[in-house]
Ligand binder design. Structure first.
Ligand SMILES: [Zn+2]
Ligand SMILES: [Zn+2]
Length: 789
């Protein structure tokens, strides 16, 4: 009988892959064995029907498994008896670490079935679902190295764990009410709670009851705590905002099922698929007007909804036909709490009760945030459910070089490269915060251990003051440090996740972003770059305008408006023509002399081509966000949310007139908003609705970006355009630009797997650094070969 060896790579370890193979082989009467290897799974098969086996394997893959490559080769060994699962030999297994996954339908069924062993058990999970990354403390991924080690399995669980035919074969966190973790409700700030007092089933159910009764409850989830309250009660939501000291920024919501979500928001088929996927992210959905208190997402038209992703959440929300606020359990600015004692210490003034449990959270991981734009899933925050799943790098990046890229200052992530794969950390937040640093340290140590990673080089942003850059130099020792320009990294990240090979010809990269340090000492953020992984050339930009006050201008939108208006017309003309507008006394009250001095002497007022700051100025002019942004991007988000969709159908010439002149001296074309401010002020005089003005601004800017791109692409003979940078999370701007470019016959690539914002930056840094090193290596080799001759 002939034999065959199948070598499979992908997400195939720790996801129930071997039991599936075992079951198929049993059903088909095949002999052989299956084992985990260093980077995948190896199957040996004897018997007929090899093709049928492969087809069935692909068709019946477990929920979390993914095959990237499958190779087949004949073998001449004699056939064994039957089919076995072989323990890996020699050294330790490098079992891939998979992301946490939402409760699967089988487990949910069991939790709801009064006859089942795990009826009503809040920590039910199996091979296809449950915690993984959030409980892991070291490699290999084995119960003894997770926070489940405190819970010895009972006989029932141990039998299931050891049976290849069982759904829970080698599911490390398997547990039941007899042997596993337990949840309990505690009154914060002293006092006992008795579930009986609520006359409910148990403490989890009682937590749901407390929420329905208008209480704020801290809930221990998979990767951290949430603060939960009834989203329909305006005064409770306002109380939560007050106590948590969180202004403006939207609260995420959780609802029992899709039907509840549909009552409050529009859900299309793509969005439903995303909500119910094993990653179960927060999905941004178009809100139905007037259904929830404005305090949930002040000024915004979209709501962030997720579905329950643990049995505990399902049980807690079981009786609730309305959505619940589920915002991260922290005081504004701090990372999410992960331990019961942190909550007792820091949140007892915020929450009335806490739903605790006794399974420790080993690794903090926030909820992921995603949306569906132009038919594609776009991650805005990549964390629970996605990290640390590797992203395979495109062709040419398959060297065995190990490298570490340290990301940006804001929305920090880091990226490990190993065996041609990019392992991107979860979103950790802004490095301005000291506690976030501790999180980065923890995660760097963890990832390096889990993935046995020893970087040969380190990639950082070119900005010397970024804490991530400083960390890179501190860690480097003898290793080379490669500095990567911020927007080059944005575009490279987009190229890499779109599969462009290492030696791909240039793309036209359009980076519409906040701020990043440029080559010329100014601050970039609205760039048109001819990009390969190896390098870039700046071909065009948004007009550079002063940032009066530097960092203060990032927080305070009116400063950008002042700089733009003074660049356009100066104070005397502005005062003469627009004295009657609301904006006049507001700017008149500003310390104009100081600002003018800063701008003229260019002290503490660096020039910036940032698209984000242009949006800030526009939002300030319409009065939507003037004094201070409560969170990064607030002004731009409010300005987009105010947009009246009907106004997008106005005649084309009403779009605001951005021009594209050439910059003096250097001859670079730039997008010039001078005439836009005059048009907007004119619209204010005419009392044009803000929604119309927002539409005209978005259309005008998109038209200018498209016109610039067409001209540059044609001059440089480039046919592919890459869209990246935080401003492209503005769905309106993105869609207008993408449509325009496609209409012009250009190929457009954009983000899906990593965020367009700084959260995706470490991936781009990694690929640029690898390209730089590969070129150096080649140069080295060719030099050597010359010497040989
Ligand atoms: Zn399950
Ligand atoms: Zn058990």
């Amino acid at each position: 009988m002939s034999g065959e060896r199948l070598t499979i790579r992908g997400q195939v370890q720790g996801v129930g892959f071997r039991p599936t193979v075992w079951r198929l082989a049993q059903e088909m009467g095949l002999a052989g064995d299956v084992r985990n290897t260093g980077d995948g799974v190896e199957i040996r098969l004897w018997g007929e029907a090899g093709d049928v086996f492969v087809d069935r394997l692909r068709a019946e893959l477990p929920a979390l498994a993914e095959i990237e490559a499958l190779e087949r080769a004949p073998i001449s060994d004699p056939a064994p008896d039957g089919f076995g699962i072989v323990q890996s030999q020699g050294g330790r297994m490098r079992v891939n670490v998979t992301p946490d996954a939402a409760t699967c339908p089988d487990c949910l069924e069991e939790v709801r079935n009064p006859l089942a062993h795990r009826y009503w058990y809040a920590f039910t999970n199996c091979t296809n679902c449950g915690p993984r990354f959030s409980i892991i403390q070291g490699a290999p991924y084995d119960r003894a190295l997770t926070t489940m080690r405190d819970f010895p399995m009972c006989e029932t669980c141990a039998a299931e764990y050891g049976d290849p035919a069982d759904l829970r074969f080698h599911a490390q966190p398997v547990a039941c009410a007899l042997c596993g973790p337990k949840a309990w409700l505690e009154k914060l700030g002293g006092g006992a709670v008795h579930a009986e007092a609520f006359s409910m089933m148990d403490d989890v159910d009682a937590a749901g009851g407390a929420i329905m009764n208008g209480h704020i409850v801290a809930v221990k989830g998979l990767g951290g705590f949430h603060l939960a309250c009834d989203a329909t009660k305006g005064e409770v939501v306002a109380r939560l905002r007050e106590r948590k000291r969180r202004r403006g920024k939207a609260f995420a919501l959780m609802a029992r099922d899709i039907d509840v979500i549909r009552r409050y928001a529009e859900v299309n088929a793509d969005e439903e698929a995303l909500l119910t996927s094993p990653a179960a992210p927060i999905v941004l959905l178009e809100a139905k007007a007037g259904m929830l208190p404005d305090a949930i997402a002040p000024g915004l038209g979209r709501l962030g909804f997720m579905l329950p992703y643990t049995p505990m959440h399902h049980l807690m929300l079981r009786r609730m036909k309305r959505p619940v606020v589920m915002t991260s359990g922290n005081i504004s600015g701090e990372p999410q709490c992960t331990t019961n004692n942190q909550v007792r210490d820091t949140l007892s003034d915020v929450a009335d009760f806490a739903l605790f449990h006794d399974r420790d959270i080993a690794n903090r991981i926030d909820d992921s945030v995603a949306s569906v734009v132009a038919g594609k899933t776009r991650l805005l925050r990549r964390a629970r459910g996605y990290a640390p799943q590797p992203i395979r790098l495109p062709d040419g990046f398959d060297s065995d070089m190990q490298l570490l890229a340290l990301g940006s200052e804001l929305k920090n992530t880091f990226c490990l490269v190993k065996n041609g794969q990019a392992i991107l950390s979860q979103h950790m937040g802004d490095l301005e915060n000291a506690a976030t640093h501790a999180d980065v340290e923890h995660n760097l140590a963890l990832y390096r251990q889990l993935f046995e990673h020893e970087p040969a080089a380190i990639a950082v942003d070119r900005h010397p003051e970024y804490l991530s850059t400083k960390r890179g130099y501190d860690m480097a020792g003898e290793r080379p440090v490669i500095e990567v320009q911020h927007h080059h990294a944005h575009i490279a990240a987009c190229m890499a996740e779109s599969g462009l090979p290492l030696d791909a010809g240039p793309v036209l990269g359009i980076a519409m972003d906040g701020l990043g340090l440029g080559d010329d000492g100014t601050i970039w953020g609205g760039e048109f770059l001819a990009c390969t992984y190896h390098g870039y050339k700046r071909l065009g930009l948004l007009k550079p305008v002063a940032l009066p006050g530097g960092a203060a201008a990032v927080r305070e939108p009116w400063r950008n408006l002042y700089a733009h208006l003074m660049a356009e017309m100066g104070w005397a003309e502005f005062a003469m023509n627009f004295r009657n507008l609301d904006v006049f006394p507001r700017l008149d009250a500003a310390p104009r002399a100081t600002l003018d001095a800063m701008i003229h002497s260019a002290t503490n007022a660096p020039l910036s081509s940032s698209c984000g700051r242009l949006f800030d100025a526009a939002a300030a002019l319409t009065g939507l966000c003037w004094e201070r942004q409560n969170y990064e991007g607030e002004a731009a988000m409010l300005f987009e949310a105010a947009l009246d969709p009907d106004a997008l159908n106005e005649p084309d010439d009403l779009a605001y007139p951005f021009a594209i002149p050439l910059m003096g001296g250097r001859g670079l074309p730039y997008i010039e908003p001078l005439a836009v401010w005059r048009a907007m002020l004119g619209d204010l005089v005419l009392k044009t609705p803000v929604g119309t003005m927002s539409a005209r601004f978005h259309r005008g800017l998109a038209k200018a970006i498209v016109a610039m791109a067409k001209r540059l692409a044609s001059d440089a003979e480039i046919d592919t355009v890459a869209l990246s940078g935080g401003c492209f999370q503005n769905a309106t701007l993105f869609m207008l630009v993408e449509d325009g470019l496609k209409g012009a016959g250009l190929r457009v690539i954009s983000h899906s797997k990593v965020p367009a914002n700084d959260g995706g930056l470490s991936l781009g840094q990694a690929t640029v650094a690898l390209a730089t090193l590969s070129r150096k290596e080649k140069a080295h080799v060719s030099r050597d070969s010359r010497t040989d001759r």
